[in-house]
Structure formats: structure tokens, C-alpha cells
Write a protein that binds this ligand. Structure first.
Ligand SMILES: NC(=O)c1ccc[n+]([C@@H]2O[C@H](COP(=O)([O-])OP(=O)(O)OC[C@H]3O[C@@H](n4cnc5c(N)ncnc54)[C@H](O)[C@@H]3O)[C@@H](O)[C@H]2O)c1
Length: 391
């Protein structure tokens, strides 16, 4: 590999463009030590989308197949940002070709797939990471630092939600997100993120119980055009059965003894994109809401008190990511979820270049563990007994 790093993105849909933006901006933040990043190609089977995304983000070319990226000699680093069921084959081939891989979450539809992928990237000796992008939100990282400082005592309980409404309209077009077994819907799409955030804060989940998976919108219209992300396009009269979950909820017990309740939805009316949580500790509590990603709330300082309660902290240059992480890196200037993709891309490129400034992205082993939690949730939802309420 020459000194510069040749980058490609496979998938030019909703998150593919966020990856393209991340690579384009990665060299503009933090230290100046990153080798030159060559933006080489964006690949998508939809050529118009591939061409448009490549042009917008300054990539040299576009391709119409992921195989072209595998074969290309001028590409060292690849983001895999396509539907989950395509990840395994693409990642395995990229690894065999010696390319470093940043694969979107969830790593694959099943833990067996994820295990095979983990083996393949280890055998190939490449750098392989998973896109659990919320780890990069400064507010979430600041909450983690606060928990690790021990100031509030031991974490006892987390209540977390990732509520979205992208599927609330029964006329929202059928797409890959609605196909698959129970557990491959809201749980895989949103629960993968929420579980990772919970484990990022409190450590590994040891067991789950009391899970429920519910499908409310049981069929959806077939689209007449290409669907990007959650976008609505014109639909026809033909409908296809929905195979997976709109709502998922479960209780978790963490290895360190804390417990939690997590709930996710793609039909939570009025919540376009709400990831929020509260963590209660022995001597205080912390809260976060992604609608204010550069902030968190904290309650501390002793009970009871005439003016006790939560107070807002605006994440600033003394917290993770802000200093050096934005063109104007002053406290309170604002931060958005797209910035997280820049930090994620930068951490990935840093690792490949042998730099050590930012925390590494999630490993494939963590991506595999995330799927093992999901499979435990599906098992709990399927096998646990319901206790009838007796009159
Ligand atoms: N980290 C995050 O915050 C985040 C956010 C959204 C999505 N994601 C993840 O990103 C992935 C993609 O999600 P999305 O919302 O961008 O999907 P999307 O449907 O918007 O885009 C996927 C793109 O892949 C293309 N594609 C399909 N088959 C292909 C093939 N064989 N070769 C090349 N391209 C192909 C499609 O044409 C489409 O444009 C999923 O794994 C999803 O879970 C992550």
C-alpha cells in the first residue's frame, strides 16, 4: 500500500452517503497526521445513485457492482453500506482481496453469519470494524466518561428507547428492512444500536428476559421506483407480507449486576429518530436524548434537597470529540449525527494509518456479541411463558 489511502463505499443509499461524507471530511478534523485520503469509488447497483453520490462527495468514479470494488487495485479501504443480508458475502470477498472493511450494523442477519465473517477477517489479517455510529455522539461519550469516573457510584439501571416512525404509515413502501424473520425488523435495525449504546455504557449484557416482538403493519405496498433509506416513493396496488417486527422490547441483566429495559420501534408515531436513555446510579443519574446529541443531563449532589433534580450539561472542548473535531470547535456551537460519521471514518482511517488519536470503532467480535444478544431476545420472545392476569 502506498502512503495514501484509497477509499470506496459500497451502497449509495441513506447511510452510504453518510459514509461518503465521513471519508470526505475525515482529514479536516483532529491532528494533521492522517495520510492523504483518495476518494476512489462509490458502488451501487442503481447507477444514477452511485454516479450522483460519487459526484457530490468528490469521489473519482462510480461503479455498479461491489465485485468491481473487490477487484480494484487502487482501493485499500471499503465501507459496506448495503442491506444486512448482503454483508457476509461482500465482507468475505473484500477480506480475501486484502481490503480493510468498515461494515454497517448489524453485522449480518444471524450470529452464524457474523461468526463466519469474524473468522474470515481474522484469517485475512485486515482491519475490520462495525458502524455503531452512536458511540461517537459526544453526549453519549461524555456520559460514558462520567460513569467510568465513579463519581455517581455503581450504575444500577438503564431505561433506553430507540423510537422511530419511518414505518408508521402503512403505505410506506416495502423494502429490505421489512423482509425476514421476527427479530430482523426493528430489533435488528434499531435494537442493534440501542443494545450497543447500553453495553458501551454499562458493559456486556449477560442475559435477557421478558422480550416481546410485535408486527402491527402486516403488509406493505410494493414500490414503483428505487427506495432510498426510509423515503416514500410512488407505490402500486400490489402488497407484500411483512415478515418482521415493528416493535421490540426486552429486559436485560448486565454482567456487572445492573439491569435495564430497552424498547425500539419503527412505528412510534411522532418520533422520527429518538434514541434516548436514563442511567440511574447509586449517587446520581444521567440522561441523554439524541435530539440534543451534544448535551446530557445529570442529577447529583445528594438527596434530598430543595432544588435537586437534573441539570443540563452542554458538551464542550473538555469532553470527547469537540476539541479539534469541528471546523469551529468551540463549546456550544452544535453537533449533529452526520458529524459522528466523520469521527467514525477518521477513527477507521487512523487505525489503518497506525495512528492512535481516537478510540477504535467496534470490533467484529463486538458485532457478533450484539447479534448473540439479538438472538437471545428472539428466543425470549418466542419461548418465554406469558403469565395470565387472574380475576
Ligand atoms: N450507522 C447508522 O447510523 C446507520 C443508519 C442507517 C443505516 N445503517 C445501515 O446501513 C446499511 C444500509 O442501510 P441504508 O438505509 O443506507 O439502505 P438503503 O436501502 O438506503 O441503501 C442501500 C443501497 O444498496 C444498494 N444495493 C443493493 N444491492 C446492492 C449490490 N448488490 N451492490 C451494490 N449496491 C447494492 C441499493 O441500490 C441501495 O441504494 C444497513 O446495514 C443499515 O442497517 C446504519
Amino acid at each position: 500500500m502506498s502512503n495514501d489511502i484509497g477509499v470506496a463505499v459500497i451502497g449509495a443509499g441513506m447511510a452510504g452517503r453518510a459514509h461518503a461524507h465521513g471519508y470526505r471530511s475525515a482529514g479536516t478534523v483532529f491532528s494533521a497526521g492522517l495520510p492523504p485520503v483518495r476518494l476512489v469509488s462509490v458502488a451501487d447497483i442503481n447507477e444514477d445513485l452511485a454516479r450522483d453520490t460519487a459526484r457530490r462527495y468528490g469521489f473519482e468514479r462510480h461503479d455498479t457492482s461491489w465485485e468491481a470494488i473487490v477487484k480494484a487495485d487502487d482501493i485499500d479501504v471499503v465501507s459496506v453500506v448495503v442491506a444486512n443480508h448482503l454483508h457476509r458475502e461482500i465482507v468475505t470477498e473484500l477480506a480475501a482481496a486484502g481490503k480493510h472493511v468498515l461494515c454497517e450494523k448489524p453485522l449480518a442477519p444471524t450470529a452464524a453469519d457474523a461468526r463466519a465473517m469474524t473468522d474470515a477477517v481474522e484469517a485475512a489479517g485486515i482491519v475490520a470494524r462495525v458502524g455503531f455510529t452512536f458511540r461517537r455522539a459526544p453526549g453519549i461519550s461524555a456520559v460514558r466518561e462520567q460513569l467510568r469516573s465513579g463519581e455517581l457510584g455503581r450504575p444500577l439501571y438503564i431505561s433506553g428507547q430507540y423510537w422511530t416512525d419511518y414505518g408508521a404509515d402503512p403505505q410506506a413502501p416495502m423494502s429490505w428492512r421489512y423482509r425476514g424473520e421476527p427479530g430482523s425488523g426493528a430489533l435488528a435495525d434499531l435494537g442493534s444500536h440501542l443494545t450497543d449504546v447500553a453495553e458501551f455504557l454499562l458493559g456486556p449484557v449477560e442475559s435477557v428476559h421478558g422480550a416481546a416482538l410485535t408486527t402491527v403493519v402486516t403488509d406493505r405496498p410494493l414500490p414503483l421506483g428505487h427506495v432510498v433509506g426510509h423515503a416514500h416513493v410512488e407505490v402500486g396496488d400490489e402488497r407484500e407480507a411483512v415478515g418482521n417486527d415493528d416493535w421490540a422490547s426486552f429486559s436485560a441483566r448486565f454482567a456487572d449486576g445492573a439491569t435495564g429495559d430497552l424498547s425500539v420501534s419503527r412505528i412510534a408515531y411522532g418520533h422520527p429518530n429518538t434514541l434516548k436513555f436514563e442511567v440511574f446510579c447509586e449517587r446520581g443519574a444521567l440522561a441523554f436524548d439524541v435530539s440534543r446529541p451534544g448535551e446530557f443531563d445529570i442529577a447529583s449532589g445528594g438527596l434530598p434537597g430543595a432544588s435537586n433534580g437534573f441539570r443540563r450539561v452542554i458538551v464542550g472542548v473538555e469532553h470527547p470529540y469537540i476539541a479539534g473535531g469541528m471546523a469551529m470547535d468551540a463549546t456550544g456551537v452544535g453537533f449533529g449525527h452526520n458529524d459522528s460519521f466523520v469521527y467514525q471514518a477518521r477513527a477507521f482511517l487512523d487505525e489503518i494509518a497506525g495512528l492512535d488519536e481516537l478510540p477504535r470503532n467496534a470490533s467484529f467480535a463486538e458485532g457478533l456479541h450484539n447479534l448473540l444478544v439479538q438472538e437471545a431476545v428472539v428466543s425470549s420472545a418466542t419461548h418465554s411463558t406469558r403469565t395470565p392476569v387472574r380475576a
